[in-house]
Write a protein that binds this ligand. Structure first.
Ligand SMILES: NC(=O)c1ccc[n+]([C@@H]2O[C@H](COP(=O)([O-])OP(=O)(O)OC[C@H]3O[C@@H](n4cnc5c(N)ncnc54)[C@H](OP(=O)(O)O)[C@@H]3O)[C@@H](O)[C@H]2O)c1
Length: 285
């Protein structure tokens, strides 16, 4: 089994490499400097040379707010480039595992989202990722994994921002009316590796980190963990605020909890455990 990872320099790309380093599988990981997935002929060449059995696409335009001002960039990386991967994967007979987002939903659901629920993205990023899902579905062999609120010891993410602000400030305000499921990229990487091996039927699957919470709850858990790890870290005072009090260019769903039971039925993979991952990640952040 040979697995190729795109977007290798991102937080998920790095966690995928960590996960595969502990296996006996053959794999190669290409970052944007090795392979820009928006370049169709480069994608064809690299995939034809590597002949992977599975391509895991961890490359994406992930700047949710910036996407509102640069939709072309977002659609190029998140949708048009996926078409390049589909064509290359089909040519060599590879399974394409494509990663998508909870932001394809509008957040009006009262229960965790199922794969079959109606999509209605609220911003450019979500729309571009939904367009990418539709491209990925054209591949002869495809698995689309929607995930949410990804954090890790790598790159930029909410946890790392909170740890930095916690060191710099005595107080801060965090949004308390958006509910989601933080997902450790290391857990997601393990789930994707498992999918690469088990290869369930084509389709969309949800994977997230377990216990739902608000960004405010997540920040509190991060600060408590940092404080447990180091007595030198004195947690700042956090004030819960509404999304209306923290306006952003892109609207975000108020509720984007994903139901992971389809993936469990298909592969036995349980949802992740973001609370359990915090100690490890905070110690490295
Ligand atoms: N982060 C989240 O909270 C979150 C939530 C839900 C779903 N997701 C999805 O999870 C996946 C992984 O996200 P992540 O958190 O690991 O994002 P990330 O840390 O931003 O990594 C994305 C990587 O893709 C690369 N990339 C962008 N455009 C590219 C191109 N044209 N060709 C090749 N590489 C390109 C980026 O390179 P540069 O650094 O050079 O731009 C970056 O290394 C994405 O599909 C994302 O949509 C993420």
């Amino acid at each position: 089994m040979k697995i190729m990872i795109t977007g290798a320099s991102g937080q998920l790309g790095k966690c995928l490499q960590d996960a595969l380093a502990n296996t006996e599988h053959e794999w190669l990981a290409v970052g944007r400097s090795d392979l820009d997935i928006t370049r169709a002929s480069d994608v064809d060449q690299v995939v034809a040379r590597a002949k992977p059995d599975v391509i895991i696409n961890a490359a994406a335009y992930t700047a949710v707010d910036k996407a509102e001002a640069e939709p072309d960039h977002a659609f190029n990386a998140n949708s048009h480039a996926v078409a390049n991967l589909v064509e290359a994967a089909d040519t060599v007979g590879a399974l394409l595992i494509h990663v998508s987002t909870d932001y394809v939903f509008d957040g009006r659901s009262k229960r965790p989202y199922l794969e079959t629920d109606t999509v209605n993205p609220m911003g450019v990023y979500g729309k571009s990722k939904l367009a990418g899902e539709r491209e990925a579905q054209r591949a002869q062999r495809h698995i689309i994994v929607r995930t949410a609120w990804v954090f890790s010891e790598y790159g930029s993410n909410f946890l790392k921002t909170m740890v930095r602000l916690g060191r710099e400030r005595d107080s801060l305000s965090v949004v308390n009316d958006q509910i989601g499921t933080p997902t450790y990229a290391g857990d997601l990487a393990a789930a994707l590796t498992n999918l690469a091996l088990r290869q369930p039927e084509n389709g969309i699957y949800h994977y997230c980190g377990g216990e739902p919470c608000s960004w405010y709850d997540f920040a509190q858990a991060i600060f408590n963990t940092c404080n447990e790890l180091s007595a030198d870290f004195s947690p700042p005072t956090i004030t819960p605020i509404s999304s209306a009090e923290f306006p952003t260019p892109a609207k975000r769903p108020a509720f984007s909890v994903l139901d992971g039971s389809k993936l469990k039925r298909a592969t036995g993979v349980e949802v992740g455990d973001w609370v359990g991952a915090l100690r490890n990640v905070c110690s490295k952040a």
